[in-house]
Design a protein around this ligand. Structure first.
Ligand SMILES: [Zn+2]
Length: 210
């Protein structure tokens, strides 16, 4: 095994600079258990820098990433274990009061799903990915016919956030926390090229955050 040069160089830079600047915070963070202010479920996409966007420092955000930031339905037994185990720990052990689903524009997972659901022949030889994106079927079925291709994909990305939130409420322990006002569930969609973030309001519409 060879450690790539870029990893070593970037690590050394971080250790000498950022770590030195935040040394006290790192030390302090290990004296007590973590107490994140929010859990963020987002996509694996390398362009989503959630800690940068929301000014995160050590201990602020509990992060779970998967392809296309999906929370599978409670009925989807084979799909939901990994994501839900992270949510379960976040809510039951860490008692995090805010749960954010952060979707985004130009999502490769959503786009691949869109293309394969339109045309089954487009399916590539992805043993695991093809199974995973099955969770997006419900959201896909809600795409309006009269939208342009670009609008359809943006709608699909946002509908996936709506659906993931609905799926979260299917889990009794999550629904209970929300009803007791102990948990705030937030849907966000991030447009990479403009930096705009839209939030899901009470009317199920995405509105730009100002
Ligand atoms: Zn994505």
């Amino acid at each position: 095994m060879e450690i790539p040069k870029f990893l070593i160089e970037r690590y050394q830079f971080w250790k000498k600079n950022t770590f030195e600047d935040y040394k006290d915070i790192y030390h302090q963070a290990c004296k007590t258990s973590q107490k994140p202010i929010a859990m963020i479920i987002t996509c694996c996409d390398s362009r989503i820098l959630e800690n940068t966007i929301f000014g995160g420092t050590v201990g602020d955000y509990f992060i779970h990433r998967n392809i296309a930031n999906i929370v599978p339905s409670v009925d989807d037994k084979e799909q939901n274990i990994q994501t839900l185990s992270a949510v379960e720990y976040a809510l039951k052990v860490l008692k995090i009061p805010n749960l954010i689903i952060l979707g985004h524009s130009n999502c490769g997972g959503v786009e691949y799903s869109y293309k394969t659901l339109i045309d089954k022949k487009n399916t590539k030889d992805f043993e695991y990915l093809n199974q995973w994106i099955n969770s997006l079927k419900n959201s896909y079925n809600n795409i309006p016919n009269d939208f342009s291709e670009t609008e359809k994909i943006t709608f699909f990305e946002q509908e996936n956030i709506r659906q993931s939130i609905k799926n979260l409420y299917e889990y009794d322990f999550i629904d209970k926390l929300v009803n007791e006002n102990k948990l705030n569930v937030i849907g966000l969609w991030y447009q990479i090229n403009s930096g705009v973030i839209k939030f899901l309001d009470d009317n199920d519409n995405f509105i730009a955050l100002n």
